[in-house]
Design a protein around this ligand. Structure first.
Ligand code: 3H9
Length: 678
């Protein structure tokens, strides 16, 4: 049957295929359900319903995806147009059957629109999900009530509370998809399907289905995931709504969902999580570099050093299908490093996180070698040896002679001056920093350090590559510790001083954990190793850390650090550490005083915000939101507090400034002028 083009209203157009009307959304990049899209669909559905010659309706999207959700940029602004829940109800109420034709990612409101449709077909590569929880929200267009009615309480909890999308096949198995159709023939297959169901009555409406309550599944879910969801408001609201789907009539469940959704939407957690969503995407944009800059091809990556860091870095590329040449100095170290990589892959496969053949496939892309000369055909070479300027300069001098013209030379240093490293080469424009976080195959953050001479296309290539290896990359300038570690410094200095003045490691850590950090500064020291950066002279004891290191209290690995550990690595406060601290206080003539939690917050967290403001002032970060991204993805800053710079604003900038002044810190100019939040 020939198609006939009909109406076009903004991003929505319709096409007539005989007695089937296809409603098409064309709203790049992701067909978010903004006001114009919602209004256009509503008008088209009304029009179709009024036309007795139309037997069925298909809803599909142009471009890369079916609706990827509500338009997040509209949140917090006055509502315009048809509300999304009304649109979903309107589709569901249509007396003409409606079929959702899904490709790409049917997420959030997109999945809810599909649930309002009477039937759903999808291509095999499609995924469906309700990730609202990751924005501090819940599916607020009926999703919490409809999804459980289709897939059951247990599956709905997984999808709604964890927010992870599922592939079309799993969605079909769960009853969410009625038919998997051809990858290349979505529209034609959806129209054919629509014709098959056009005459069927009654029209199946999800709201008419029942789902039995399943309190056991709810309890089991809480037990399994409670710890991971600590501190977040949205998961509990999601759980309550899903449970309500089994307990309340549909309309009551919807009213409950609405109330919970509005509470979350107006709360600070969702504002923070939405901020991070956009901040993460903003971070990919490079000031002063044209987004159309042609990129250099990176078909092979070289990694120097097969230790924990080098191995983890290499895994990122192998997992993304990019061949890697990895260099070590000794055969034994090379074998050990590649062995660990293989075991890491196999452990992931055993846990079901990777398909069975993935470890072999990834490792087949790896070329281990003992010779730097073998890096000659690499397009990007990342040096990941230990932090020593002399060693790094030596390596870059040699690389300069070996690497092919146009190859990008990167250092994984976490502190050292990239410009000084670049200066030993004849191609400083090709040099930059790629600071991965440990474990490098897991942590999402990548600080990309832009040297004074780094060429724009080098920077743009590495930022694009970061996305390919699924990292969140942030551009940093050359300064001691770049963005993340530089902000760690004032926190550590103050934490140490607070110990001397009367606080305990437990108290300081407790304040940080209560704030939402995965661990406090002293727990982190014990995990990383108290001996890291230690001068290794047991006779030279200048601070508490030296004293601990000298006694072999190197942290978790030794069963003792700032805490004592049992064989399961459970920490308990250490009487010995208390003695050491007391002895230091006595030596320095300090009388301990009670320290309030509020002082710990001001001196260890406000000081980080202050450092962040200085980083911005010096142009070492492009924007405040980049700093937030660094802390959320690199250091476990609770995403529901939106990163240090966002948090300072929700805490109240005046309060932060007053706190800093109270404890005698020079306040960064930008904090007072507001420049620090741009
Ligand atoms: C919801 O639905 C609430 C309802 O339950 C209830 C309402 C009453 N809105 O990520 P990308 C932009 S909440 C606005 O780089 P990818 C994004 O900012 C929503 N904008 O692409 C970026 O802009 P720019 C539930 C959005 O291919 C551009 O699109 N849905 C939205 O790597 C490209 O994005 C979600 O949470 C949006 N919904 O990944 C899904 N989505 O180019 C959120 C994207 O200016 N989205 N943009 O920087 C995603 O997870 C990913 O974007 C997606 C594509 C997987 C779709």
């Amino acid at each position: 049957m020939t198609s006939q083009s009909n109406e076009q209203s903004g991003p929505i157009r319709t096409e007539r295929h005989g007695d089937v009307l296809v409603i098409i959304s064309d709203s790049p990049p992701v067909n978010a359900l903004g006001a114009a899209v919602r209004d256009g669909i509503a008008a088209s559905v009304q029009q179709a319903v009024a036309d007795s010659s139309i037997a069925a309706i298909v809803v599909r999207c142009e471009g890369r995806t079916f609706f990827a959700g509500a338009d997040i940029s509209e949140f917090g602004k006055p509502l315009q147009g048809v509300p999304l829940p009304t649109l979903v109800d309107m589709i569901e109420a249509s007396p003409t059957p409606v079929v959702a034709a899904i490709h790409g990612t049917a997420l959030g409101g997109g999945c809810e629109v599909a649930l309002g449709c009477h039937y759903r077909v999808a291509v095999p590569s499609a995924t469906l999900g309700t990730p609202e929880v990751k924005l501090g929200l819940l599916p607020g267009a009926g999703g919490t009530q409809r999804l459980p009615r289709v897939v059951g309480i247990k599956n709905a909890l997984d999808m709604i509370v964890l927010g992870n999308p599922i592939p079309a096949k799993a969605a079909a198995d769960a009853g969410l998809i009625d038919r998997i159709v051809g990858e290349e023939s979505l529209e034609a297959d959806a129209i054919a399907f629509a014709r098959e169901v056009a005459g069927k009555r009654p029209i199946p409406r999800v709201r008419d289905r029942d789902v039995a309550p399943d309190p056991e599944a709810v309890e089991a879910f809480r037990k399994t995931h409670g710890r991971k969801l600590r501190g977040f408001d949205a998961p509990e609201a999601c759980i309550a709504c899903v449970a309500a789907a089994g307990e309340k009539p549909f309309e009551d469940g919807i009213a409950f969902e609405r109330e919970q959704f509005m509470t979350l939407m107006n709360g600070t957690q969702s504002a923070a999580q939405r901020h991070i969503f956009f901040a993460e995407r903003q971070a990919a944009k490079i000031d002063g570099v044209d987004p159309a800059t042609p990129l250099r091809a990176v078909n092979r990556v070289g990694v120097i050093g097969a230790g924990t860091m080098g191995g983890g870095i290499a895994m990122n590329f192998l997992s993304a299908g990019v061949p890697v040449t990895i260099v070590e100095m000794q055969q034994e170290a090379l074998d050990r490093g590649t062995g660990i990589m293989r075991r890491n892959y196999e452990a992931s496969a055993a846990k079901g996180r990777l398909p069975a053949g993935a470890p072999d496939k990834a490792m087949a892309l790896l070329t281990p070698t003992l010779s730097l000369d073998d890096l000659a055909d690499c397009d990007l070479i990342i040096e990941a040896v230990y932090e020593d300027m002399g060693v790094k300069k030596d390596i870059f001098t040699r690389l300069d002679a070996i690497a092919k013209p146009g190859a990008i030379l990167a250092s994984n240093t976490s502190y050292l001056n990239i410009d000084e490293i670049a200066a030993v080469t004849k191609r400083p424009g090709d040099v930059l920093g790629m600071h991965f976080f440990s474990p490098a195959n897991v942590m999402k953050l990548l600080e990309v350090v832009r040297g004074a001479q780094t060429a724009p296309d080098v920077l743009a290539t590495v930022m694009a590559l970061a996305k390919k290896i699924r990292k969140v990359a942030v551009v940093a300038g050359v300064c001691d510790g770049f963005i993340g570690n530089r902000m760690l410094m004032p926190r550590q200095v103050e934490a140490n001083k607070l110990l001397m003045e009367g606080a305990t490691p437990e108290q300081i850590d407790r304040v940080h954990v209560a704030f939402g950090m995965p661990m406090g500064p002293f727990q982190m020291a014990d995990l990383a190793g108290v001996d890291i950066g230690w001068h290794r002279d047991p006779a030279r004891i200048e601070n508490i850390r030296d004293a601990l290191a000298a006694e072999g209290r190197w942290g978790q690995k030794k069963g003792a650090g700032f805490y004592d550990y049992d064989e399961k690595r459970n920490p308990t406060p250490s009487p010995r550490v208390a003695e050491i601290i007391d002895a230091f206080r006595a030596k320095e003539g300090t009388t301990p005083r009670p320290i309030g939690d509020e002082e710990i917050v001001a001196r260890t967290l406000y000081t980080m915000v202050n450092e962040g403001a200085l980083i911005l002032e010096e142009g070492m970060a492009q924007r405040a939101s980049d700093i937030d991204v660094v802390w959320v993805y690199g250091y476990g800053w609770p995403v529901y507090r939106g990163g240090p710079m966002f948090w300072a604003q929700s805490e109240g900038v005046d309060k932060v400034v007053a706190g800093l002044e109270r404890y005698g810190f020079p306040v960064a100019k930008g904090l007072k002028t507001g420049e620090a939040f741009k």
